[in-house]
Ligand binder design. Structure first.
Ligand SMILES: Cc1cc2nc3c(=O)[nH]c(=O)nc-3n(C[C@H](O)[C@H](O)[C@H](O)COP(=O)(O)OP(=O)(O)OC[C@H]3O[C@@H](n4cnc5c(N)ncnc54)[C@H](O)[C@@H]3O)c2cc1C
Length: 385
């Protein structure tokens, strides 16, 4: 590590939730930081669905970043409503509504939360269109970022906040994400209150869930009358290739889903029939739990890059907490190395415990031993082609 008196050069790789909140807290304390983001601009791609931020994690992080009030102005407490419906009849079999004033897990669109974090940063903090391809550890302690465009940047600390397929992670760990056996196939509707009032009523203000036989359907209200949902299935990762499907062939994916969910209630199958756009394939990957590494000076990880886990409602919350914890350590510990060690000593055990619980949670949520009920219909579908 360079020992000169100058301020450490901190590079955050990845302008997702964890990386941006880390930069925000550093700037709140007058520290300089640069975020390198591979997307070309803030509006480069849709940011995905709604996230619930928990009072004891995500909201704690936003309060530390001085952003809780701005979050509350955008959040939807009514989105905490949970509905469970019977897969065969679509009758409501479980229902929880938030109490008046309850803010334990209010929902916010991921795009709104990211926008809020971006707006909180000094102009020019995020360098858009800068995809990192790797990190070199130089003998003098400098960390060299290599970019996909062939350029490099030398810094003192690289923060890998670049998500599931982190290009920073190989600098500290050989671990790679592995497929869980579960895939989410995403669908969505605009203007649901006017064009799909029946489906909007089924979903309510928050999340609707139906599941049986190792598969499920979840649908969730987002802002601006949008509903986003997922067919959740235990299938081989290459299910679409095995079925001879192109994922871009919306009618073929629809037929596949209708065959897989044969016998389910018509209103639930309507989620597939009326899907506005294409279907998005989201195979779920996880890192080993725990994902531990020997401390490497000048490089660390946060969020999904450090502890990718099944999406059971904690990943974004933990990424925010990691970002705040790392930044706080960087402004309170005597030097960068002490700060990173302090951060890692808190983040690693916290995430290991939660990652293990989420893996068990996924098995409980879509039990593997129920999957044979899914597999025959999967095989029947293949045979029918
Ligand atoms: C279907 C689904 C639903 C989910 N629902 C929830 C939920 O309800 N609640 C919850 O808490 N969590 C949820 N999660 C998990 C949550 O999305 C993640 O845990 C969270 O986004 C992790 O944040 P992050 O900042 O670590 O990474 P990300 O949000 O993945 O951000 C990484 C950033 O790095 C950038 N990047 C990637 N590679 C490079 C590169 N090489 N160079 C430069 N930049 C790069 C990306 O463009 C991105 O902007 C869900 C996940 C999925 C898949």
């Amino acid at each position: 590590m360079n020992n000169s008196a100058r301020a450490p050069r901190v590079a955050v790789v990845g302008g997702g939730l964890g990386g941006l909140v880390c930069a925000r807290v550093l700037q709140n304390h007058g520290r300089s930081v640069t975020v390198f983001e591979r997307e070309a601009s803030p509006g480069d791609r849709p940011q995905g669905g709604a996230l619930d931020l928990h009072a004891d994690t995500g909201q704690v992080a936003l309060r530390a970043a001085g952003l809780l009030d701005r979050f509350r102005a955008l959040a939807r407490p009514e989105g905490q409503e949970q509905r469970v419906v019977d897969p065969v009849t679509a009758a409501l079999v479980g229902h929880q509504r938030p109490a008046e004033g309850e803010e334990v897990r209010p929902e916010i669109d991921r795009g709104q939360l990211r926008g809020l974090l971006l707006d909180s940063l000094d102009a020019g903090t995020v360098r858009w269109g800068r995809a990192v391809s790797g990190v070199d550890l130089l003998d003098d302690g400098t960390r060299r970022l290599r970019f996909a465009d062939g350029t490099t940047e030398d810094v003192d600390l690289v923060v890998g906040a670049d998500g599931a397929w982190s290009r920073v992670r190989p600098a500290v760990s050989a671990a790679e994400p592995c497929y869980t056996g579960v895939t989410f196939v995403e669908f969505g509707f605009d203007d649901c209150d006017t064009r799909h009032a029946d489906l909007a009523a089924l979903v309510g203000d928050g999340t609707m869930m139906a599941k049986t036989g190792g598969k499920g359907i979840a649908a969730q209200r987002n802002s601006n009358g949008h509903i986003r949902g997922y067919a959740m299935v235990r299938v081989p990762e290459d299910w679409h290739r095995a079925a001879g499907l192109s994922l871009a062939d919306t009618p073929a994916v629809r037929r596949y889903l209708l065959a897989t969910y044969e016998g389910w209630a018509e209103p639930l199958l309507d989620f597939f029939r009326r899907n506005d756009g294409g279907f998005v394939n989201r195979p779920l990957f996880v890192l080993p739990a725990p994902h531990a590494w020997d401390h490497v000076p000048g490089v660390t990880l946060l969020g999904d890059a450090a502890h990718l886990m099944p999406p059971l409602g904690v990943g974004a919350n933990l990424a925010l907490l990691d970002g705040v914890d790392l930044a706080t350590a960087l402004v309170t510990e005597p030097d960068v190395d002490a700060a990173v060690r302090a951060y890692e000593s808190v983040m690693a055990p916290r995430s290991a415990e939660i990652a293990r619980a989420c893996l068990e949670g996924l098995d409980h949520f879509l039990p593997e031993d129920e999957a044979p009920e899914t597999v025959p219909s999967f095989r029947e579908f293949l045979a029918s082609r």
